[in-house]
Design a protein around this ligand. Sequence first.
Ligand SMILES: *Cc1c(COP(=O)(O)O)cnc(C)c1O
Length: 354
Amino acid sequence: MTRKVDLRSDTVTQPTAGMCAAMAAAPLGDDVFGDDPSVNALQDRIAALLGFEAALFVPTGTQSNLCAILAHCQRGDEYIVGQMQHCYRWEGGGAAVLGSVQPQPLNHQADGTLALADIEAAVKPDDPHFARSRLLALENTLGGKLLPMAYIEQATELARRQGLARHLDGARLFNAAVAQAGLLGTEARAEARRIAGCFDSVSVCFSKGLGAPVGSALCGSAEFIARARRIRKMAGGAMRQAGGLAAAASYALDHHVERLADDHALARRLAHGLAGIEGLQVEAPHTNIVFVDLTGAAREQSAALLKHLAGQGIQATGLYRLRFVTHLDVDSAGVDQAVAAIRQFFNAKQLSHA
Ligand SMILES: *Cc1c(COP(=O)(O)O)cnc(C)c1O
């Protein structure tokens, strides 16, 4: 029987036995009254870890970004954001629909950054013709790409000089931190804090590579988080005995941060396995996401390839580009199975692993 290998996203992970035990053991309260001890502990912990005064536990990264943008901006303000960033492209236009906050999207450079000159040119003068430029939102990792630390420092410093607040969509901040620590020979948690330190607010997802079933946290100053809490209420409210979910997130912070390096190694293994196939262009992964483009005669083959893979128990996505994501529930055998199936589709001989 073929094994199922789900490479659609790092959101598909099942909680581990240890995580389930932590969830079952979590003391609970009513978080709307602010007395769920497990939620409070998680909020204190993630805020301290990333160097902020306060944090707010929310069910999704989408709600976290929405609360952040609406806490930074008023109606008629705008946020400067990249075309491919989640809080512009993938959140149903929530900031505009629900907050009357206008996005000012910018094209990305090849390395995922927004050019400093483009950011500067996008900041509107104080003039009644224009929306008020209020916020710069960056994302790290962006589509699995690690934004260079020096760039983050320059872009956020530029935003500060222009009077903009700075928000980081760090759904995969810990992937960025682990990759950066690997490059610098430093410690992942210290890199996470260093990246976060450039921003006024940071959103992190526990439900992606960290492997928790549900949940994100928004971090910022105590005053900012108080505003975000009110917006969370308007955006559907809070959860009650959410401590079990918070305990899963806490468990992930204990056990699933440094191991993200394993996911990154598997992504490299996948990219290496696909090297040299005619018609396949593979982007070298920085973290746990491998993007593949079909070129030449293979250009129109993406749906057929995904169908072929599905027939062999392998799932991936192909909305803009083919995307393969490694995570806690994928191992090297699963990656090799995916490589073999893709090679078979293209009739390409197997490469040996380096
Ligand atoms: C997944 C993701 C989100 C949203 O998280 P959900 O929990 O799915 O709403 C936000 N930003 C980025 C960069 C993401 O990858």
